[in-house]
Ligand binder design. Structure first.
Ligand code: ANZ
Length: 816
């Protein structure tokens, strides 16, 4: 036979593996433990090319760890609550549960066919009551700690999905899911107090930086957005005191007006009665715009003069107070001191509204009052009282804060861009928020022994988003009694953001079927933190920030003994086609099922792994899965050529081939651990070629070195092409499974490359020739030279004055 039948080989091994069950993680194993996690999918359809890529990459690591002798936890489940499933279910006119669980079955079957090494015995879905019971329990624990609370505030509203969105779910002003433009609404919603952990979430990024992708670290840093400056208090003509946040307190002498967020409560409080109608009309307009638009520097500046004035605390001047949309209600204090000379947006506003511009930092550039270009660089302070003449910004800021603190009109302050996490959703397919609203007792947590609060089935109900939760329609579910007073009360009808579900699933995998607790702390502490977490970079700030936050809270609750969930992380690139993201509208989608049917699982996996570094995008148009298949057949043919018996004494084998094998296995370790899987594949290809040559025109198929090489190929290939590797292993006369065969042993001596000759001279005369490794160090070469018998004799009675070493070729000894 010169080829194997892909389809029947796949069938055959799936059945064998099912019986072997050799990827089941044993909590009690004496081996060292490794936890390999890949982001679990939304079951919104069958697996696609993206899953194929990430699972192939992930499997290299998980299978490698098994081969290296670790006990590996490599679980998989489904993030089955949430909008994608719900929207798809509405479109197909099915209950989300039917749709979701149907897709889960399909996906599991596809994963098995794809030969992933997941431990399915630990699988669960976030929409299972046995899981969301504990999501609800965690919510109650957060509530107990004051980390879950309800408040009324302007929130991001997706008009298409008819639900609120967390800030993290708004991308460039649009809904992360559906792309609709996001607007603002004033609503009462549930929040997690993630801001309480802002400092730690930021600081701990430093500890993750060596093992997390740079772009994720940067995205989180920017998202947390720490800035330093000052709070400055302004006394208003109506007797109120208003605090602003500024990063440039040193420019206070140049503040010529003040601006408050038009849509803030503050604006309504400050506005004089004669202007309130104008303000209301303006706010109605503002609410239609997204934050991104509002902050854009090129946006025409609009606003309403509120009619009050503010006293500049250092100059005593009366400053006009305006409301405008370029100041955001939920950033800083929602009010700013405007310094038009040194802030372009303030300058544009001043120009539009004909407000004064006063330069207080002379940078040498033209006066902004004339050029209408704000200057932000270093310069000499002018018109700034006690700061005049200073030339350094840091000193200026420091001095200004001293002045403010002395006058009790402000103080140094830190500000974060991070907001609390809005977690309630007005949608059906999620974990109900376990709270009861009582007219007497207010917000009452559902007692723990009444969890889970089951999602009512709402059979046949219209789930189309209408802006209020569909759960409100289930009256017999909503109406309940207050756990505190026993009087009539109502259940909270919102459900939790699906990101709550995915913030703790990695803990659950450690004791997935425990119905007495969310997770077993002892087991979690054994397995976690996850040694590798693989997934899409699109989760850089959402899921990855939330999961870190949860871990820190759980640590503070004493439930886990670590504060970061993922020790290392890897983001895969996208699979694209003809340089473009695959999409239905472009008609360039590639169906995974078709590819697998045509080329087989191994060829597709190999193609995806071999395509390039894992982080790079893969353009499927440039790939040749048929080439991968040909290579796999070539590797497989080797296993049929070997004529020596298993266990043949390799030490007598062909040295040249043994060296190639040893070097390949040795380097493979470094390549896998450095995520250079594509290079690993290239090296296996070289080994296959070398072996073929040895068989056909070298030592011949009976040489034990050939067996050694082919066995190494099978084991290395088992990380990427499990079916082919298994088939090879069997043909080599071994029992299954190659996946647990163990990493090939490397004879270190074989790693020493062909030696080179080093000449040793004493007083200019050649006294010895040494055979040394080409990469010998100078120190080692000098020691070897001085230890050589002939050299020792030549040096008798002399003192060594100087040794000149030119590794690996020459040692020159000067003595006298
Ligand atoms: C006066 C000033 C002078 C400012 C100057 C800048 C330059 P970061 O670094 O992002 O924290 N700001 C404060 N609150 C705001 C809000 N709610 N909406 C819009 N802008 C706001 O930026 C802080 C700076 O952004 C603050 O410092 C404030 O403008 C503005 F030459 O105050 B600054």
């Amino acid at each position: 036979r010169t080829t194997y039948d892909v389809e029947s080989v796949q069938q055959k091994w799936q059945q064998v593996w099912e019986k072997l069950d050799h990827f089941r993680a044993d909590d009690d194993s004496p081996r060292d433990k490794r936890y390999a996690l890949t982001m679990f999918p939304y079951p919104s359809g069958d697996l696609h090319m993206g899953h194929a890529e990430v699972f192939a990459l992930h499997d290299v690591i998980a299978r490698y760890w098994w081969q290296r002798g670790y006990e590996v936890l490599n679980p998989m489940g489904f993030d089955s609550f949430g909008l994608p499933a719900e929207n798809a279910a509405i479109k197909n006119d099915e209950h989300p549960a039917v749709y979701t669980y149907g897709n889960i079955e399909t996906s599991i079957a596809s994963c098995r066919n794809y030969a992933t090494s997941f431990d399915w015995s630990r699988s669960f879905n976030t929409s299972d009551p046995s899981y969301y019971k504990w999501t609800q329990w965690l919510f109650l624990k957060f509530m107990e700690r004051g980390l879950a609370y309800r408040k009324n505030s302007p929130v991001n509203w997706c008009p298409a999905d008819q639900t609120v969105l967390a800030n993290e779910q708004v991308v460039d002003g649009h809904c992360e899911r559906c792309g609709a433009e996001v607007t603002k609404r004033e609503l009462t919603q549930w929040y997690f107090r993630i801001t309480e952990y802002a400092d730690e979430l930021l600081a701990d990024l430093d500890t993750l930086a060596p093992t997390w992708p740079d772009r994720v670290i940067t995205a989180q840093r920017n998202w947390i957005g720490k800035s330093e400056g000052a709070h400055v208090d302004f006394d208003m003509s109506n007797g109120q005191r208003v605090t602003v946040y500024t990063t440039r307190p040193d420019t206070l002498w140049g503040a010529t007006f003040m601006v408050v967020a038009a849509d803030s409560k503050l604006a309504t409080e400050l506005v004089t009665p004669d202007r309130s109608a104008e303000l209301a009309a303006y706010v109605a307009e503002v609410r239609k715009a997204s934050d991104i638009d509002r902050l854009a520097t090129d946006r025409p500046k609009t606003g309403v003069d509120l009619g009050v004035t503010a006293t500049n605390p250092v100059t005593g001047e009366q400053l006009p107070v305006w409301a405008s949309d370029y100041v955001l209600a939920d950033y800083g204090t929602g009010a700013i001191m405007a310094v038009p000379a040194h802030d372009q947006r303030d300058l544009d506003f001043a120009r539009e509204m004909r407000l004064p511009v006063r330069m207080v930092v002379d940078t040498g550039a033209e006066d902004p009052a004339v050029s209408f270009v704000a200057t932000t660089g270093h310069g000499t302070y002018v018109n700034s009282g006690p700061l005049d003449g200073l030339t350094d910004k840091a000193t200026g800021v420091h001095r200004a804060i001293e002045v403010l603190e002395a006058a009790q009109h402000g103080k140094g302050a830190v500000n974060f861009r991070l907001r609390d996490w809005l977690l309630s959703r007005q949608r059906y397919w999620g974990a109900p928020i376990p709270v009861i609203h009582c007219p007497v007792d207010g917000e009452v947590p559902v007692p723990e022994d009444q969890l889970p609060v089951l999602l009512p089935e709402l059979k046949g109900a219209d789930l189309k988003p209408k802006g209020t939760s569909p759960l409100g329609a289930a009256r017999e579910w909503v109406e309940t009694t207050c756990p505190t007073c026993g009087g009539p009360a109502e259940r909270d009808t919102d459900t939790m953001d699906t990101f709550v579900d995915s913030s703790w699933y990695m803990f659950r995998y450690c004791s997935p079927h425990d119905d007495t607790q969310a997770f077993d702390s002892a087991k979690v502490n054994e397995w976690m933190p996850c040694d590798i977490y693989i997934g899409g970079v699109e989760h850089a700030v959402l899921h990855l920030l939330y999961a870190r936050f949860f871990t820190k809270v759980l640590a503070d609750m004493g439930l886990v003994d670590f504060r970061e969930p993922f020790a290392a992380q890897l983001n895969q690139g996208f699979v694209i086609n003809h340089g473009k993201k695959m999409s239905k509208s472009l008609g360039n989608g590639v169906r995974l099922g078709d590819q697998l049917a045509e080329f087989g699982v191994d060829a597709i996996r190999l193609t995806l792994v071999f395509a390039g570094p894992p982080e790079d995008d893969i353009d499927w148009a440039n790939m040749s899965p048929d080439g991968s298949l040909r290579f796999l057949q070539r590797a497989w043919r080797l296993s049929g050529d070997v004529t020596s018996e298993p266990g043949a004494d390799v030490t007598t084998g062909d040295l040249a081939l043994r060296r190639v094998t040893a070097r390949t296995v040795h380097d493979a370790t470094e390549l896998v651990e450095g995520y250079r899987f594509n290079v690993l594949v290239a090296r296996v290809m070289e080994l296959v070629n070398a072996t073929r040559k040895a068989i056909d025109s070298g030592c011949g198929p009976a040489d034990p070195a050939v067996r050694e090489a082919v066995e190494a190929v099978a084991i290395l290939l088992s990380l990427v092409a499990p079916y082919t590797a298994e088939e090879m292993w069997e043909r080599l006369g071994h029992e299954p499974s190659v996946a647990r065969a163990g990493w090939p042993a490397v004879d270190e001596a074989l790693l020493v490359e062909e030696s080179v000759t080093a000449v040793v001279q004493v007083q200019g005369k050649v006294r010895a020739r040494l055979e040394v490794a080409p990469d010998i160090s100078e120190v080692d070469l000098e020691a070897a030279a001085l230890a050589d018998e002939a050299v020792v004799r030549a040096l008798e009675g002399k003192t060594v004055r100087k040794v000149i070493v030119r590794a690996p070729k020459l040692v020159n000894i000067v003595a006298g």
